[in-house]
Design a protein around this ligand. Structure first.
Ligand code: UD1
Ligand code: UDP
Length: 440
């Protein structure tokens, strides 16, 4: 059996999601080689077939890794490859930042060329970014079957670019890997029944891997990797992230969120790794946190943006305004690698975020989560009581954080903790491998 999977990734959460699957693909390839070399087709177990090595080398599951270049800063891209043991991409398309149409169009054209050359059996896409959409369109137009990891997620808010990307990707996919039954039901409502598999969530594996490594390296070098370098300890701090277009591109929502974090930060320090998009928008609004930001020496948060060729520098629009009252307990830091993030998440008293992935990570780590959005596609986390939706309303955010009631019990969501089932990554690779066997 021979199968080639072309994996398309480009944004931070996709590197994290692809890591366990990529490991499983390489594991399956090695296993397949062992079987072919050791037993061969028709041979008894353990008996060498005497076939030339060439046939063993051909009997492989291989992955061609295609990085669109949607994210490109070291701490938005390379760090995840290094820390999560992902092989260097076979292709980096270096597309970079642009408006949706220009960015997706450029990716589509470049991916098409690579697929033309590589002729894979599957195009494997993750999540809901513009890289996902471009991969889905390129593969479907070339009649290459699409496999979508995180299929069936819906916020039912089409103003979110991610929702459009998900809906299109699912319509075009031949294999749809869902993390939950709710996702399967969502697909059914859209008439999608074939090729749907509930496999759990690959991010659970990625998180486990990262937490284990973060603990190891902190034990070895506590000064370098401990919480103390942020001026915090396990006694209590809050972790915050904000990057969604609906929050960053609306100055009123962004200001409300920052002011809510400031209020909360007076009680407990708030550590805030700031996504480059958010750094740019904060700088563009001309806001400047008043007083000491207490940020660490390694960080230089809130540069003026404009870090890609052809991209305009953010303009402050005149005198810097202070974010009233912003005294502030917020530690603004640059985006961090995944091991550092896993450490910050697991030690936090509470997480405030508009991220999709972080809502799940908070749930798995049993850290209360206040989601800075009006809707979420991760509805099970809200139903469980571990996640509260507070939108961008300052009063609601502060109240949700102050009055959070930790649920008495919690079930295991998205396949984590279930020893009966294989990890999502392995199931994905097995399902893809079976379909390739059938097709040949
Ligand atoms: C994208 C995804 C979003 C996902 C997020 C993960 C889309 C439509 N959105 O949003 O679903 O949650 O990634 O983080 O695909 N920038 C840099 N350096 C980088 C990357 C981005 O400075 O390495 C800045 C640029 O100014 C860019 C802006 O961030 O214009 C936004 O980047 P982009 O990839 O377009 O969208 P994200 O907001 O990152
Ligand atoms: N993350 C990280 N460093 C950061 C912020 C986030 O490693 O500074 C991780 C986070 O733990 C999660 C993933 O990035 O695994 C989520 O990415 P993001 O919030 O950018 O995108 P979303 O999940 O909303 O699409």
């Amino acid at each position: 059996m021979k199968m080639k999977i072309a994996t398309i990734i480009g944004a931070r959460p996709q590197f994290i999601k692809a890591a366990p699957v990529s490991r499983a693909i390489r594991g399956a390839g090695a296993e397949e080689r062992r079987r072919t070399e050791g037993g061969g087709s028709g041979g008894k177990k353990g008996e060498k077939t005497g076939k030339p090595k060439k046939s063993a080398a051909r009997a492989r599951i291989t992955e061609v890794l295609i990085h669109t270049g949607q994210h490109y800063d070291k701490n938005m891209s390379a760090v995840f490859f290094d820390e999560m043991g992902i092989p260097a991409p076979d292709y980096n398309l270096d597309i970079g930042s642009a408006a949706h149409g220009a960015q997706t169009g450029a990716m589509l054209a470049a991916i098409e060329q690579v697929l033309e050359r590589e002729r894979p059996d599957w195009v494997l896409i993750y999540g809901d970014t513009n890289s996902t959409l471009a991969g889905a369109l390129a593969g479907a137009k070339m009649h290459i079957p699409i496999a979508h990891v995180e299929a069936g997620l819906r916020s039912y808010d089409r103003r979110m670019p991610e929702e459009i990307n998900r809906v299109v990707a699912d319509q075009l996919a031949a294999a749809l890997f869902c993390p939950s039954k709710v996702a399967v039901a969502n697909l059914r409502k859209e008439g999608i029944r074939d090729g749907v598999h509930v496999v759990g969530d690959v991010m659970a594996e990625a998180l486990e891997y990262a937490v284990a490594r973060a603990i190891e390296r902190e034990a070895a070098q506590p000064e370098k990797f401990g919480l103390a370098r942020y001026g915090i300890d396990e006694a209590g701090y809050i972790l915050a992230t904000v990057h969604r277009a609906e929050n960053t591109d609306d100055p009123v929502r962004l200001k409300n969120i920052l002011e809510a974090l400031d209020v909360i930060g007076r009680i407990r320090p708030v550590v805030f790794p700031v996504h480059p998009r958010t750094q740019k928008m904060i700088a563009r609004a001309g806001w400047k946190p008043k007083g000491r930001t207490a940020r660490t020496a390694k960080t230089k948060a809130m540069p003026g943006g404009g870090d890609r060729p052809g991209e305009k520098k953010a303009r402050s629009g005149g005198r810097a305004q202070e974010l009233s009252p912003m005294r502030t307990g917020i530690r603004f830091i640059d985006p961090v690698g995944y091991l550092e993030m896993a450490r910050l998440e697991s030690g936090a008293t509470m997480i405030l975020t508009d991220s999709g992935g972080i809502q799940k990570e908070a749930y798995w780590l049993k850290v209360p989560c206040v989601t800075l959005r009006d809707r979420t596609e991760w509805v099970e986390t809200v139903a469980s009581g571990w996640n509260v939706l507070a939108g961008a309303d300052k009063r609601k955010i502060v109240q949700a954080a102050e009055n959070f009631t930790i649920p008495g019990k919690s079930e295991s969501l998205y396949g984590r903790g279930s020893r009966a089932t294989a990890p999502a990554s392995r199931r994905i690779v097995e399902i893809l491998a079976k379909s390739a066997t059938r097709a040949k």
